[in-house]
Design a protein around this ligand. Structure first.
Ligand code: YH5
Length: 275
């Protein structure tokens, strides 16, 4: 798959490292200290085997506050420029704002990762004009209220129908299917049973014939099932990531790159040594 100037073979699964550049993740010090810390974290993830770095300046956890365009630009653009100048990795911009998409791609991002699936005014045309690849994620409701009362007739069919409609909107707007990937959006307007039904039936999303990105790392579907705090969710996250690989996931969006790369290698050994 082509990401602006860089091509990645998705026939073997890849790992995307999460780089949060919200103030809660870089609380102390000024701008330079924040940039330095972010770049250090990006370097660690690249050395650990990440092929993508997802840079996000908006907190999308349930109940999080809104962030202004300027705030999001100030947080993300310098980090994207620095990663682009220093590392051979595809930079993903986790945003819903067209202004941020445009400047992030100019600064070196090759993938637009929008949890709102280009729903904001101007996002669809901006993404099309940018020439970047796009990850379309399913969410029911809005981040502030999505976990209050998620409801589905059949979560898997609903996710597939939602993504099918978004794919159609993108192709009509001039984004070819070759630039699209899909994501069922674990935790975004879904109860614990919904998340596990989705994980069990992930293979059904292969009917959309696009690369699949999966984000389960450290999420509540792990923490609530196991009664583990955020920093104690690695084993559970790896189990869920491994299941997703056996059901066709192409990219794993994770906090723990090194450990996830090991899990990917174990799963890939099955096809490598088949006889
Ligand atoms: C995703 O799945 N998720 S942000 C709560 C947690 C831990 C992690 C309570 N952006 C996705 O990572 N983009 C986010 O502990 C995403 N797919 C894509 N494409 C939420 C997150 C998290 C939330």
């Amino acid at each position: 798959m082509q990401f602006k100037n860089k091509s990645i073979d998705l026939t073997t699964p890849r790992v995307m490292g999460i780089l949060n550049v919200t103030p809660d993740s870089f609380s102390d010090g000024g701008k330079f200290e924040g940039l330095d810390k972010a770049l250090g974290q990006a370097e660690r993830m690249v050395l650990d085997g990440a092929d993508f770095i997802d840079v996000g300046g908006e907190s999308t956890r349930p109940g999080a506050e809104d962030v202004s365009v300027q705030q999001e630009l100030d947080r993300t653009i310098p980090v994207i420029e620095a990663i682009h100048a220093n590392f051979d990795v595809v930079i993903s911009i986790d945003t819903s704002k067209p202004e941020v998409m445009e400047q992030a791609v100019s600064a070196g991002a090759g993938l637009i990762n929008d949890i709102r699936a280009l729903n904001q005014t101007g996002a669809l045309s901006t993404a099309a004009k940018s020439g970047a690849a796009v990850c379309l994620m399913h969410m029911q409701g809005q981040p502030k209220s999505m976990q209050l009362a998620p409801h589905y007739q059949d979560v898997v069919n609903d996710v597939i129908e939602f993504l099918q409609a978004k794919i159609a909107l993108c192709t009509q707007a001039g984004i070819p299917k070759s630039k699209l990937m899909i994501d069922p959006g674990f935790g975004f307007g879904k109860t614990l049973p919904h998340n596990y039904q989705l994980l069990d039936r992930l293979d059904e999303l292969q009917s959309l014939a696009l690369p699949m990105l999966i984000g389960v790392s450290r999420k509540s579907m792990i923490g609530n099932l196991l009664d583990r705090k955020v920093d104690e969710r690695l084993a559970g996250s790896l189990a869920a990531a491994t299941i997703s690989l056996t059901k066709g996931a192409s990219i794993l969006r994770v906090h723990d790159v090194k450990q996830t790369v090991d899990a990917v290698k174990v799963v890939s050994a099955l096809s490598a040594y088949k006889d």
